[in-house]
Write a protein that binds this ligand. Structure first.
Ligand code: NAD
Length: 374
């Protein structure tokens, strides 16, 4: 084993153990975390360019990039001059590191940028990932990876050809409550998982937003937030769905003319039955729960940026909340500089898209569908 990796593992275990007393208040100790690395000096941090300065970039990612230990914000891409000006002031960015969608490809010559982080509407992820890879940059892309498995494959190919890493923004895979649940599942703390119930949805507002536009969003709540429930089923079981059934409910055919409104689906994953749902019609669904041979465990709320709570038949699952975005970005930066294994590569995004496509197919046909394999 590479001594650097061995040392890092030892450090992670040690720092996790040291912080257990302070950070774990439930009945389980902290899981192995990915955000405990020591901070690098500023001039050794990798540079990140944010593409798309909407709600997520403004409220979550840019603030996270002020806390990251291995990367920092060095450039922005926006089509709105007022936003460019505001961000330049707020984050001390000079004009040569500010791009719009036409000048984006010039980022190839910007040595301050190592990673391009794509935070655009889903239907634009493929184009900007391919362009970023051609510019010689590593790419971190928000979920869902793209609007089709065909696009996902193009993105993977482009990054492979450019010999750059491609990571997908599955932030829950870096969150202590989720990581502990993965450990509980893997160690069979409660015996074999028999059934999982998982769902995520919210009541959507503005009927003109891109999330309701098929070309830009690829689909409705399933692509946007149902994907979290799918991810949970996959990382708890470590299995892929054999067969899927799905039912759609539409009460507002005008607002939801292009995308689904509410969708319930089941997945047979080995001997585990998963029942999932997603919606843009009402608030409150935000959970997963695993029922096992000798007990049960789960999270609710499960998928927010904070406030995650867990419970089990042995007692609460409780840890300090962490910044999911800082954790996933530091992990990505570490994989680039240290050559360590990426937890959330493009293939993970492609696998989800293949399953999402099968869920849509099952809803349309009313038949049980087997997802295509990678
Ligand atoms: P948003 O609408 O707030 O921002 C989108 C940005 O894209 C805006 O700055 C907009 O100006 C820009 N844009 C460029 N071309 C556009 C076009 N043709 N149409 C519309 N906007 C255009 O969206 P958001 O909530 O920031 O979501 C962006 C991405 O991040 C999506 O892929 C979404 O799924 C993902 N997301 C992830 C999380 C998470 O927790 N990981 C949370 C929210 C959103």
């Amino acid at each position: 084993m590479n001594p650097k990796i061995e040392n890092r593992r030892a450090f992670l275990h040690q720092s996790a153990a040291l912080s257990t007393a302070a950070a774990a208040t439930g009945v389980f100790g902290l899981p192995e975390l990915y955000a405990n690395q020591p901070a690098l000096p500023d001039d050794e941090k990798l540079g990140v360019a944010l593409v798309g300065l909407g709600s997520l970039s403004t409220n979550q990612i840019a603030p996270a990039l002020q806390k990251t230990k291995r990367c920092k914000l060095t450039a922005i891409v926006s089509g709105t001059p007022a936003k460019q000006e505001k961000w330049a002031k707020q984050y001390d960015l000079t004009p040569e590191h500010i791009y719009d969608y036409e000048t984006f490809d010039k980022i190839a010559e910007d040595e301050s940028v190592d990673i391009v982080y794509v935070v655009l509407p889903n239907g634009m992820h493929c184009e900007y990932t391919v362009r970023a890879a051609k510019a010689g940059k590593h790419v971190f892309c928000e979920k869902p990876m793209a609007i089709s498995s065909v696009e996902c494959r193009q993105m993977i190919d482009a990054c492979r050809k450019a010999e750059r890493l491609l990571g997908i923004g599955y932030r829950c895979q870096f969150e202590p409550h989720h990581l502990k649940c993965m450990e509980l599942a893997k160690s069979k703390e409660f015996g074999e998982i028999k059934e999982i119930i998982a769902g995520f949805g919210f009541k959507i507002g503005d009927p003109k937003q891109w999330r309701l536009n098929k070309k830009l969003a690829g689909g409705g709540p399933l692509m946007d937030v149902g994907i979290y429930a799918l991810q949970a089923c996959r990382y708890l079981t470590g299995l892929e769905p054999d067969l899927i059934t799905a039912t759609e409910t539409k009460t507002d055919p005008v607002k939801f003319a292009e995308v689904e409104e509410t969708l319930a689906w089941t997945m047979k994953m080995g001997d585990v039955t998963c029942s999932c749902n997603t919606t843009y019609a009402f608030n409150g669904v935000n959970n997963f729960h695993a029922y096992c041979d000798n007990g049960n465990f789960g999270l609710e709320p499960a998928y927010g940026y904070g406030g995650i709570k867990g419970k089990s038949s042995k007692g609460p699952i409780e840890f300090e909340q962490v910044d999911h975005f800082a954790a996933e970005l530091d992990h990505f930066a570490e994989c680039i500089t240290e050559g360590t294994e990426l937890k959330v590569p493009g293939e993970e995004g492609l696998q989800d898209l293949l399953i999402l496509e099968a869920i849509f197919k099952a809803a349309e046909s009313g038949l049980a569908v087997k997802p295509e394999s990678m």
